[in-house]
Design a binder for this molecule. Structure first.
Ligand SMILES: C[S@@+](CC[C@H](N)C(=O)[O-])C[C@H]1O[C@@H](n2cnc3c(N)ncnc32)[C@H](O)[C@@H]1O
Length: 302
């Protein structure tokens, strides 16, 4: 009889992580150390580590992948009013790598947009005491941890009961989140942080449900965030109202999702008066299409 592991493990060994990355099954069992993020030059590895993180009380994944919106990027640029440099807001961008892809496409067409990116969970806090590490989101919620190489995973099925129980155990105590053993780990990728530093992009502190920004955008993109997979209809409608209020008249909204087969099911909408009108459906279209078209946007009173 073969003994089955009850723990997932964490490693910072990059060769091992690269090898494991080729197998979906092994990737679930062997996880990358978040401390690799600020230092690794391996973009694919960094993308994978960020994609394995779950946030918002572990209800929402940070899954992303460079190049995943190539088809949508070109349509978006075609639909953007030509002639001037648009103001863009990319919402819920995870490590931001797909924002950089889009910005590069604009530059290739000699357009230079004012490009804003945001993610409510753009960093996490790593707190280590001896062999025990706890990782919190920026709002102080424990999202994962480890004891030595044993991974504490709130997402683990009971197949990995050890990792699940370890998480529950670590959650019983909360250390101070401002001590010298606390490391803030940015979840934006290195190239995105470089672009932010160089002023090619601007980060906004933004919660899709509630943040008001004093900027009006020509384009708002929010992919793989406000989808039926994660939120109920009323929450999706609340987020869409908020996004709609931040758009200029005739502004473009892109929403949709990327199922595991990698195909983008998305819809482009244009804001006409107080309604969103679909202007382009890609593949199956956004799974929230009907919520968008049912909505009436209340614009700010001047
Ligand atoms: C699945 S990822 C999508 C990343 C990227 N847009 C893509 O499609 O590749 C969802 C992202 O939404 C962010 N998020 C979750 N709740 C949010 C909120 N209330 N406001 C803004 N972003 C949020 C998460 O941190 C996560 O990075």
């Amino acid at each position: 009889m073969v003994a089955r592991p009850v723990f997932k493990i964490v490693t910072s060994n990059k060769s091992l992580l690269r090898m494991v990355g080729r197998s979906r099954l092994l990737s679930r069992i062997v996880r990358g150390d978040l401390l690799l993020l600020p230092v690794t030059q391996d973009r694919e590895l960094a993308d994978r580590i960020v994609s394995s993180v779950w946030v918002d009380r572990v209800a929402l994944s940070k899954e992303t992948a460079g190049g995943r919106f190539r088809d949508l990027d070109d349509i978006l640029i075609d639909l953007t009013q030509q002639g001037s440099n648009p103001v863009i807001h990319d919402v819920g961008v995870s490590n931001g790598i797909t924002s950089l892809d889009l910005l590069d496409r604009f530059h290739a067409r000699e357009l230079c947009p004012a490009f804003y990116i945001s993610d409510k969970f753009a960093r996490c806090l790593h707190v280590q005491r001896g062999l025990v590490t706890r990782v919190y989101d920026s709002y102080g919620t424990l999202i994962q941890g480890r004891v030595g190489i044993l991974f504490a995973d709130p997402q683990a099925s009971w197949r990995f009961a050890g990792s699940r129980l370890l998480f529950l155990l670590l959650a019983r105590t909360k250390p101070r989140l401002n001590g010298s053993n606390v490391i803030e780990i940015p979840l934006y990728s290195r190239s995105v942080r470089d672009a932010l530093e160089a002023g090619a992009m601007t980060h906004l502190d933004y919660d899709v449900f509630s943040t008001y920004v004093d900027i009006k955008f020509d384009v708002v993109r929010c992919m793989n965030t406000i989808t039926r997979k994660y939120f109920a209809r009323d929450r999706i409608a609340a987020a869409l109202s908020n996004l709609g209020r931040s758009l200029k008249p005739s502004g473009l909204l892109l929403v949709g999702r990327t199922p595991p087969n990698g195909r983008n099911d998305a819809t482009f909408f244009r804001l006409v008066a107080d309604r969103f009108v679909p202007v382009r459906v890609v593949n199956q279209g956004a799974d929230i299409h009907d919520v968008v078209t049912d909505l009436r946007i209340q614009h700010d009173s001047c």
